[in-house]
Write a protein that binds this ligand. Sequence first.
Ligand code: NAG
Ligand code: NAG
Ligand code: NAG
Length: 218
Amino acid sequence: MLHTFFTVLICTIGMNSWPTQATAESYTWHNEPTRWSSNSSAIMVHTNGETDFWRQTHYGFERDNGHFYYRSMDGEQSFTITVNVYGNYRAVYDQAGLMLRNDAHNWIKCGIEYVDGIYYASAVVTVNGWSDWSVVPLRQNPNSLRLRVKREREAVHIEYAESENHPFTMMRLAYLPLAKKTNPIMVGIMCASPNEKTDGFDVIFDELNITKNQSNDD
Ligand SMILES: *[C@@H]1O[C@H](CO)[C@@H](O)[C@H](O)[C@H]1NC(C)=O
Ligand SMILES: *[C@@H]1O[C@H](CO)[C@@H](O)[C@H](O)[C@H]1NC(C)=O
Ligand SMILES: *[C@@H]1O[C@H](CO)[C@@H](O)[C@H](O)[C@H]1NC(C)=O
């Protein structure tokens, strides 16, 4: 009972206090985690276990129950997203970062992923229902991973930095087709704990910033 009350309480606080400044537009959860909260600059999540986003390739399964907190953008809009991710990764495949999504079969997730004791900058690009995963090992567990994703129509440019003060490294230039020009694209933070023997991990997303490319508005 106490646990339930606490969960309801932090969710209520979360919804009332964020977002306030850069993003008056409303954010929505795809698979809302049981435990999360937020303040004016950060979103704190404790992932639920057995959550993931994946389509078909190699493993043969499909998962679409990761946590994704997003807003919709005009599909024609170019924009740049930045965020700092601080995670207490514990179980194999614990992951957190950003997601861009047209629909369940066409999306990109990128960020940090923990695999067998190594931390990777990771990107999964899913087009027409097939996922393609690439990783770059990080030197160590970064205190924070800073991500910068620039999206210009179907081109998505993914960069990361191993802390807020490090320079960005390019990770991937990916293709994410526009399903229909008039369709919106969903953009936001994602996290997941695919492992079946975990009860999740804590992660903080700080300074999420989605900046529209103004010069593209015509
Ligand atoms: C978001 O990023 C843009 C571009 O770097 C910057 O001009 C703006 O001040 C940032 N907004 C916030 C709230 O940090
Ligand atoms: C928001 O929460 C984060 C993480 O707990 C904390 O570091 C930060 O200071 C908080 N910011 C404000 C404005 O309360
Ligand atoms: C904004 O869009 C214009 C036209 O598509 C492009 O030339 C420019 O590089 C873009 N700027 C940024 C910061 O993405």
